[in-house]
Design a protein around this ligand. Structure first.
Ligand code: SF4
Length: 284
């Protein structure tokens, strides 16, 4: 493999994230979630570069969770070999974990049709659980994921639009059950920068074999942001600013419980004629 290097601006922003969010500590053992897509491959490369001139020592490993998509015996073998080779080139120990997540989360049929409900949420949940379990089993304290800034902004909008919650993932998060800490060192890089970056590495991303890949809700939100940005170039940065704590935030008060609503009714109902009280139908 050619000499490992990255543009100075990339290194600056990755270290900014590391220091700002406390992502790395001396002697950390970090397992990289390596799906084979551009984001995780770029993260693998980035972490291998950082390890060469670190302010303190840390260890790396990489893991691929094989989702178990149909027709994958040959494809999976060649993917596994390709990823294992990349890891060997970068001197990163590699683990491959076969699973049946495609069947369990997507309800995928033999002709690759998705029949399950809410497949992306279930898929992410199962995959994260396998990643955390593997990290704990092999003695890693941290799990590094390749999410970039666009992922965080899209997740923020997805949450509002599809689950009515104002939230997104954080650059660093502790998983209580496994005791593993998830870190996202690429969180200050935009997706187009990751695309440019992977081209510099000589690594070739694998195509996703998920049948939902381009039709998921995330793809819809990505297109929405892109279309809105045609009319107003500040749309992306405005949404990104809104996802940071400390921004002006004026929300309606929480929805009251039925009892609270009754109590807030100033006792007006008590003054109604008896007949009206009896006719009252509680629509809660
Ligand atoms: S697009 Fe496919 S691989 Fe990605 S979260 Fe959804 S189901 Fe899982």
């Amino acid at each position: 493999m050619q000499e490992k290097r990255l543009p100075r601006e990339y290194i600056r922003r990755i270290w900014r994230a590391i220091y700002e969010f406390g992502l790395l500590e001396p002697n950390d053992r970090i397992l990289i979630g390596l799906s084979g897509g551009k984001d995780s491959l770029f993260l693998l490369y980035v972490m291998a570069v950082l390890r060469e001139h670190p302010p303190f020592p840390f260890e790396l490993g990489a893991v691929t969770v094989d989702m178990g998509f149909p027709e994958n015996v040959n494809t999976a073998t060649s993917e596994r070999e390709a990823l294992a080779q990349y890891c060997r080139d970068l001197d990163v120990p590699y683990i491959w974990v076969p699973t049946r997540i495609a069947e369990a989360a997507l309800g995928i049929s033999s002709d690759n049709r998705v029949t399950g409900k809410d497949p992306c949420a279930r898929c992410s949940h199962f995959r994260r659980a396998v990643l955390a379990e593997t990290a704990a089993k092999h003695g890693y304290q941290k799990l590094a994921l390749g999410h970039h800034h666009d992922d965080a902004v899209e997740t923020f909008l997805l949450s509002i639009l599809y689950s009515g919650q104002i939230r997104t993932f954080t650059p660093k998060a502790h998983m209580d059950r496994s005791g593993i800490t998830v870190i996202r060192p690429l969180c200050y890089l935009r997706e187009h920068e990751v695309k440019k970056g992977i081209a510099l590495t000589g690594l070739t991303p694998l195509a996703s074999r998920c049948p939902l890949d381009c039709t998921s809700q995330r793809a819809v939100v990505k297109n929405l942001l892109r279309d809105l940005a045609h009319d107003n170039r500040f749309v992306y940065t405005n949404v990104a600013a809104a996802m940071r704590a400390g921004r002006p935030c004026e929300l309606w008060p929480p929805v009251l419980r039925p009892q609270e609503r009754r109590e807030l009714n100033f006792g007006a109902w008590q003054h109604q004629p008896k007949r009206r009280k009896e006719e009252h139908v509680d629509d809660d």
